[in-house]
Design a protein around this ligand. Sequence first.
Ligand SMILES: O=C(NC/C=C/[C@H]1OC[C@H](O)[C@@H]1O)c1cc([N+](=O)[O-])cc(O)c1O
Ligand SMILES: [Mg+2]
Length: 214
Amino acid sequence: MDQSKEQRILNSVSYNAVKGDPESVLDCIDKYCSQKEWAMNVGDEKGLILDNVVKEADPTTALELGTYCGYSAIRIARLLKPKAHLFSIEFNPEFVPIAKEIIEIAGLSDKVTILEGHAQDIIPQLKSKYDVDTLDFVFLDHWKERYAPDTILLEECGLLRKGSILLADNIIYPGAPEFLEYIRNHKRFECTNYPSHLEYMKVEDAMEKAVYLG
Ligand SMILES: O=C(NC/C=C/[C@H]1OC[C@H](O)[C@@H]1O)c1cc([N+](=O)[O-])cc(O)c1O
Ligand SMILES: [Mg+2]
């Protein structure tokens, strides 16, 4: 059976990246996806925005919705302090083993736990099953129409605390209009927009930061 694009990305990382070096894994994926095959990684331009918000949050416990090949999990995990941890939720069973392997090549397997399933099923289990208290940072990059309901779910599950930072990808393209309307009209969130471009393209995109005010 023909290999998937995600398997070809893994092949490229496995062949070209320096084992244990997250930067070289990120560079390899960005090179492959800008020169060979486009893929929906957050990419290098929006990745810098992600880096800065993670540094600002300096999270002990972080959550990512939408692992894909693990690119943004590596971007986040490489910035985490020693005892900090990232949980990353991915629904697509084809992506999970590929992301695990790419994160392993980056040497970050100890910092990242990939949870396979739908966010709406896993979020309610984070406290009881994964010993999470509250989340310091959340990166939303999964199905765009799930951003708003899953944000509401995070709050309902008591996973947000005063100062929890949410960062959402693809605010313009493909777009997350319901999410934008929800957080911008709710007094409990302080929002900041970061204009950028769609990964590896000249298409306009943006990220939105939302600080939970408790
Ligand atoms: O759908 C996007 N992300 C949601 C991912 C959805 C997939 O991950 C969860 C599930 O397995 C699904 O197959 C997306 C799409 C584009 N795009 O240009 O179409 C750009 C991006 O940055 C994106 O995150
Ligand atoms: Mg995205």
